[in-house]
Design a protein. Structure first.
Length: 236
């Protein structure tokens, strides 16, 4: 995957066929809407469409179903759980996930308070999200803009849980998130962190990588992880 970084895409016809998959999102030019509320809902419906389409190009991690022999006699829950962390600028855009499927797998949405809401006047920012174990059950975690100051509390505990973390936050990929949404020339685009995908054991298809405006191979979590491993090796 890394060899795709920095190389311009020249297969225009192939790109156009891939854009068709993202048509809901890629034609979304954010202008000409009368009310700010409508603009916000429209923008986040487009971003939600991106998140939905990402699921068609990502495998591994928590998306891998356990073998039938490990599922027992009970009917397994093969739902894809999308967690929303923080205060979404438009809630309705993500509520619509509850009516969708990916392949033959239904989608379910879980809502989690963000660290902005969890700050205590006396205790400050909690070291651990109180719903961390439920968050770890999600296949996708969408991190809302409200959580921009708290990425160092959110991303490190989740980096090896097989979750596709998707942000709407500046520096999200550099801080350790897998995919970040951004606006380029009034259109929604995205960038991908290959290092974070590798830690989460996620496989991102090359066809999706070619649509990213940027891919990065290193992030801020790598040095911390290396230092921790070196320290453990020195103590052993």
């Amino acid at each position: 995957m890394g060899q795709l970084c920095g190389h311009p895409v020249s297969e225009r016809g192939r790109r156009w066929s891939l854009h068709a998959v993202f048509w809901v999102a890629l034609v979304g030019v954010l202008h000409g809407v009368a009310h700010a509320e409508d603009t916000r809902d429209r923008e986040y419906r487009i971003k939600a469409a991106f998140v939905y389409n990402f699921l068609k190009f990502v495998e591994g991690g928590r998306f891998t179903l356990p073998p039938a022999k490990e599922q027992g006699n009970e009917k397994p829950d093969n739902s894809i759980v999308v967690g929303i962390l923080g205060v979404p600028p438009s809630r309705v855009a993500f509520e619509e996930f509850d009516d969708k499927t990916v392949g033959n797998r239904p989608m379910r949405v879980r809502w989690f308070r963000g660290f902005e809401e969890l700050i205590d006047e006396k205790e400050g920012i909690p070291d651990r999200h109180p719903d961390l174990e439920r968050i770890r059950e999600c296949h996708v975690l969408f991190v809302c803009p409200s959580e921009s100051p708290f990425l160092q509390w959110i991303l490190p505990p989740l980096q090896k849980d097989g979750i596709l973390t998707v942000g709407d936050v500046p520096t999200f990929t550099e801080t350790g998130g897998v995919v970040n949404l951004l606006i380029v020339e009034k259109k929604i685009r995205f960038e991908i962190n290959l290092a974070a995908a590798t830690r989460a054991k996620l496989v991102i298809r090359s066809s999706l990588l070619r649509l990213a405006v940027r891919t990065i191979e290193h992030d801020q979590l790598e040095p911390k992880q290396n230092e921790k491993e070196q320290g453990e090796a020195a103590r052993s």
